[in-house]
Write a protein that binds this ligand. Structure first.
Ligand SMILES: *Cc1c(COP(=O)(O)O)cnc(C)c1O
Length: 378
């Protein structure tokens, strides 16, 4: 069976985890966490990065930092993972879903402005498959309306838009290091803070509502409870695993891009024959090969495709059930405008196996299995 995903592993993880154990400090904000934060800040020219326990809790922090009040609205795509939405709901927001563009499956920037009301506070973008949303347009709308921008860049670590790292363009950005993402620490994530005025509040939020971070820097002589907060610090053991991955970041990225290109080139003739559609990477976007998906005719053909691939020993998956049609989406939000593409496109999208270390031989087996599907049904 060719698995859909395997957790990224470079070979030095055990050594670093053992080092963390021997160092006697396995709780949060030890040397490995600090190294990871600093690496991410430097590599992505980010003002400040803080590792968190997950991409979801990074989003929780981002929306809490936005300082929402009851009734405030957050604009977001409906085609996204539940975490994007639930973090906004936890912070008290009402959700306003906007349609996606069919080419990238990202929020349609031309439909955002019409969804703005006098209660709107935040525009949330999610860079699907590590391919950037149209950030110049999004930032321009936000500036003109005085709104904050949160980037769900969970899938977009190492991707850029016009040369800038995704996650560093909005006010706040969120990364995930879940085992299904390009770089992993088992469970984990990071908050990217692009405006220094959020630094202090973020540290307090992350340290159970205390000013402990300031205390450790010697800026206050005792530490105390100063605001509400939570515990968002990952263990050093997880950070040690991530450090091994970050040291191999370019190698992992290149390996994934090679697989992605192999898929793309092999499927191009089928796309030209109109049997499937391939992902689109707009001008100015450098992606990280987070995923490779194709689009089939409709839901029925996709279902047949997935079971055909399974019969050939290849595991393929789909996502997302649009949030606005999910029970919680109905409860916490509304869709603004017409759902032209969100539901229709999500129903025909399917993801193929893609992970660090997937062999060229397995890629050939996947593409051969896919080709046999089209030969069979057309
Ligand atoms: C993976 C993912 C998350 C959540 O990350 P976790 O680390 O699993 O909590 C959030 N948003 C998107 C778009 C994701 O793909």
């Amino acid at each position: 069976m060719i698995l859909f995903n395997r957790a990224p592993y470079c070979g030095t993880e055990e050594r670093y985890i053992a080092e963390a154990i021997r160092g006697g400090k396995i709780c949060g904000d030890g040397p490995f966490t600090k190294q990871c934060n600093a690496w991410l800040e430097e590599r992505f020219s980010a003002q400040k990065v803080l590792l968190t326990t997950s991409g979801t809790t990074a989003l929780d922090m981002a929306f809490l930092l936005c300082g929402l009040r009851p009734g405030d609205e957050v604009i977001l795509p409906s085609f996204t993972f539940s975490s994007t939405a639930t973090a906004a709901v936890l912070a008290g927001a009402k959700l306003v879903f906007v349609d996606v563009r069919p080419d990238t499956m990202n929020i349609d920037e031309t439909k955002i402005e019409a969804a703005i009301t006098d209660r709107t506070r935040v525009i949330t973008v999610m860079h699907y498959a590590g391919v950037a949303c149209e950030m110049d347009a999004v930032m321009d709308i936000a500036r003109r309306h005085g709104l904050l921008v949160v980037e769900d860049a969970a899938q977009a670590v190492m991707s850029t838009y016009k040369g800038r790292a995704l996650g560093t363009i909005g006010d706040l950005g969120c990364y995930s290091f879940h085992e299904t993402k390009n770089y992993s620490m088992g469970e984990g994530g990071a908050l990217v803070i692009n405006r220094p005025q959020y630094n202090e509040r973020a540290e307090i939020l992350r340290e159970k509502g205390t000013n402990r971070a300031k205390f450790f820097r010697g800026q206050v002589d005792k530490y105390t409870w100063v605001d509400f907060g939570d515990s968002y610090l990952p263990s050093e053991l997880n950070a040690a695993y991530l450090w091994a991955q970050l040291e191999h970041a370019d190698e992992i990225n290149q390996n994934r891009l090679d697989t992605w290109k192999r898929y793309y080139e092999t499927f191009q003739p089928l796309a030209q024959e109109g049997k499937l559609e391939l992902p689109v990477i707009p001008e100015g976007c450098a992606h990280n090969a987070h995923m490779f998906y194709i689009k089939l005719r409709d839901l029925e053909e996709r279902t047949a495709f997935i079971s055909h691939m399974k019969s050939k020993g290849v595991s393929c998956v789909f996502h997302y059930v649009p949030l606005h049609s999910a029970p919680a989406g109905l409860k916490f939000g509304r869709f603004h405008g017409e759902d032209v593409y969100t539901t229709k496109e999500s129903e025909r999208l399917v993801r193929l196996p893609l992970y660090y270390g997937l062999s060229a031989e397995d890629v050939r087996a996947v593409t051969a299995a896919a080709r046999s599907f089209f030969e069979r049904t057309h």
